[in-house]
Design a binder for this molecule. Sequence first.
Ligand code: NAD
Length: 351
Amino acid sequence: MRSFTYAASPARILFGAGRSAEIGAAIEEIGCRRALVLATSHQKADAEALSERLGALSVGVFAGAVMHTPVTVTQTALEIVAERRADCLVSFGGGSTTGLGKAVAYRTDLPQIVIPTTYAGSEVTPILGQTEDGRKTTVRHPSILPEVVVYDPDLTLGLPVAMSVTSGLNAMAHAVEGLYARDRNPVSTLMAVEGLKAFAASLPVLVKSPQDAEARADALYGAWLCGTVLGAVGMALHHKICHTLGGSFDTPHAETHAVMLPHTAAFNAEAAREELAPAASIFGGSIGGGLWDFAKSIGAPLSLRDFGLSEADLDGAANIATENPYWNPRPIDQTSIRTLLQQAWEGVRPD
Ligand code: NAD
């Protein structure tokens, strides 16, 4: 008998080419007049252009967002928010910029408008990961969920191919784990499958033609779907391992997801055979091997050793990844996770 709990995230989504022209109207619609635009230093010029287009609705740009949302950066942003009497945040960029907006919103309850330019999916989750004194912690709270998300595929035309590939696989990992999540529901499953199909169709096109507008729109559509799955249901082994590798060994975020996904999917293939069946059929029948072939075909990184991780680090990583028991469709232990990490480190095709 079917039994599930379903809760929708109360975010407003504006999707389509050119829709970033509506950011000003979106600010006014939520009753705000003084937006602080957030970005990384890398996207400062684009953020400043956006701020200029917003005119009197913008109180300026803070381009200090960095990976892992350090609390020290959040504190600087909070000072600027207070100084300029900002009444909302416009986060322009990838997961790092969205993270900064969320960190400020968590402390001030200011509304957020996010314009994602990668496929990471953070913009549709009530989850914030932040670092303080070298430790990354995660909080989940309704004030963290952005109020408005403007998905404009035109803004992703310049996302470099390598980042498009790893960011896409990062998003796909949310969907794969969402399929076997204990708290999955029929809607999260529909979204996960649709998201995987969107990336399976669009990423191979983007690798050949990065400016293909239709493929860019498809990929961003996949990002929305997969991110929504991440915000709606619990994640398991894959996200735990990526969190461990990124947090304790400083491996790059999207690239680590890209390398690990075929291996964690293969690890859970038997235990979650029925749940993963729709994904397996998208990637040619075997979920682990199929995802690895797909990743290889689009030029994704395939081995952890490329990130400066030594073979000796794998014992420590397996220990950390298994030290707090958590749910996974296939029970985990130190030995099996160590074997999985070895395969991902060597970059071999999982069965
Ligand atoms: P990122 O935001 O760190 O971006 C990487 C670099 O690419 C930055 O310099 C950025 O400015 C640049 N960039 C972004 N879009 C670009 C574009 N269109 N063209 C050119 N350059 C562009 O990378 P990310 O993978 O999007 O985000 C990773 C972070 O997001 C991690 O810290 C991760 O933990 C977090 N995250 C959080 C959640 C959540 O729900 N809390 C979900 C996914 C990711």
